[in-house]
Design a protein around this ligand. Structure first.
Ligand SMILES: [Fe+2]
Ligand SMILES: [Fe+2]
Length: 197
């Protein structure tokens, strides 16, 4: 279904592609874009880059697991054993490759933000923090995280603490069901703990 998203990425080919994504996904991207602009403005982060990263962060989210796996191999990505089992985890890294390969987006901060928007990682830029938070603060994720209003307020005041709050909660819920946590999430959490405490 063709739909207008009402926001331009500044790249006509990319806009056309985004408009063809599933409607629910497009709505999530638009909400993430709006949240990214809000946070970037508050924290004096480049709104153009943050908005672009948020608008396209899930560009590969509707691609099926086996196809994501095939694309990851084609792009020469290192596939962690966890990503081999839960192939949806590849949608960030594959999305970043697609943005560069198919749409000529080569801004390192934008690509990094898209690549790590699911797990986060250590040493990421403010663009990646805005993108991670804009994705997680979506109202449709309220069932996954506690106190979204508090986390939203935290994100407006201190992005590092807000990212850490999401990571701590996500990691403990994965550990509590006896599952393995992606090492990038652990490294991201550990670095933020060092920075904050
Ligand atoms: Fe995603
Ligand atoms: Fe998302």
């Amino acid at each position: 279904m063709d739909q207008s998203i009402g926001i331009s990425s500044g790249n006509a080919k990319l806009d056309q592609h985004l408009e063809l994504l599933p409607p629910g996904l497009v709505k999530h991207l638009v909400r993430a874009y709006n949240k990214a602009i809000e946070l970037a403005t508050l924290h004096d982060v480049d709104t153009k880059k943050a908005g672009l990263a948020a608008l396209c962060h899930d560009i590969a989210r509707s691609i099926k697991g086996d196809e994501l796996h095939r694309l990851a191999i084609r792009y020469g990505l290192q596939i962690h054993p966890l990503e081999d089992i839960h192939r949806v985890l590849l949608h960030g890294p594959v999305g970043a490759e697609m943005l560069s390969d198919c749409f000529g987006i080569n801004d390192g901060e934008v690509l990094e933000a898209v690549r790590w928007h699911t797990t986060f990682n250590c040493g990421l830029s403010s663009i990646a923090k805005v993108t991670y938070l804009a994705d997680k603060l979506d109202r449709n994720k309220a069932h996954r995280f506690s106190d979204m209003a508090g986390k939203n307020l935290l994100a407006r005041n201190d992005m590092d603490r807000a990212v850490l709050a999401f990571l701590e909660e996500e990691i403990s819920s994965i550990v509590s069901i006896g599952k393995e946590v992606h090492p990038a999430a652990v490294q991201g959490r550990d670095r933020l703990r060092e920075l904050i405490y």
